[in-house]
Write a protein that binds this ligand. Structure first.
Ligand code: F6P
Length: 194
C-alpha cells in the first residue's frame, strides 16, 4: 500500500496577520516546519524512488517544498487555495464589518457559499477532480502540500467524510496526515511536527 501524505504549507505571513487568500511567503516558523517536513519525507520515503511532491502554484507551498531534495516536484493550479474573490486579502473581522451580508451567508451555508468573483467549497471540490484521478492512478507515494480548504476537500474524499462536513474539518498547520489505501480500507496516521 502506498501512502499519500497531506500537509498544509508552513505558516505564512498572511496566516500571522489573519488575512485570507493572498500569495505571501512563509514566516520563520513556517520555514522551520519546511525543514522538519523535508527531514520527515526524506526518512519516510527513502527507497521510494518514484515518489513525488505536489504543490499548488502559490509561493507558500513552493517554499514549504523547497528544502525537500531527491524527488520531482509538480505544481498544480488545482491545488491553489479557495479563491476568496473580492474578500481576498481581508481578515474575517473586516469581512464581518464591511460586508456583513456576505459574512452571514457564508456562515449559514459554508459549503455552497461562493465568494463574489471567487469560489465556493463545491467549486473547489469540482476542480479537484483531475487531481484525485491522478492520485488514484499513482502507484508511488505522493506528498501533497496545499491549503486549508483544498486539503479539507481532498481529505474528505479519501476518508469518506460526508459533503456537509467538508468546510468544518480540522486541518491544523504543521501537521502531516498520512493516508494508506489498502484492501481493508483507508488507514490514517497523523504527525504533528511542531
Ligand atoms: O486562513 C488560511 C486560509 O487558507 C485562507 O487563505 C482561506 O480563505 C481559508 O483558510 C479557508 O478556510 P475557511 O473556509 O475556514 O475560511
Amino acid at each position: 500500500p502506498r501512502p499519500i501524505l497531506l500537509t498544509r504549507h508552513g505558516e505564512s505571513l498572511d496566516n500571522v496577520r489573519g488575512r485570507i487568500g493572498g500569495d505571501s511567503v512563509i514566516s520563520d516558523s513556517g520555514e522551520l516546519y519546511a525543514k522538519k517536513l523535508a527531514n520527515f519525507v526524506e526518512k519516510r520515503l527513502k527507497n521510494e524512488r518514484a515518489a513525488s511532491i505536489w504543490t499548488s502554484t502559490l509561493q507558500r507551498t513552493i517554499l514549504t517544498a523547497s528544502p525537500i531534495v531527491g524527488f520531482p516536484k509538480i505544481q498544480w493550479r488545482a491545488l491553489d487555495e479557495i479563491n476568496a474573490g473580492v474578500c481576498d486579502g481581508m481578515t474575517y473581522e473586516e469581512i464581518k464589518k464591511n460586508m456583513p451580508e456576505e459574512y452571514e451567508s457564508r456562515k449559514k451555508d459554508k459549503l455552497r457559499y461562493r465568494y463574489p468573483r471567487g469560489e465556493s467549497y463545491l467549486d473547489v471540490i469540482q476542480r479537484l477532480e483531475p487531481v484525485i484521478i491522478e492520485l488514484e492512478r499513482q502507484r508511488a507515494p505522493v506528498v501533497v502540500i496545499s491549503h486549508q480548504a483544498v486539503l479539507r476537500a481532498l481529505y474528505a474524499y479519501f476518508a469518506d467524510r460526508p459533503l456537509k462536513e467538508v468546510p468544518h474539518i480540522e486541518m491544523p498547520l504543521h501537521t502531516i496526515i498520512e493516508i494508506q489505501m489498502g484492501v481493508t480500507g483507508v488507514q490514517e496516521k497523523r504527525y504533528k511536527l511542531m
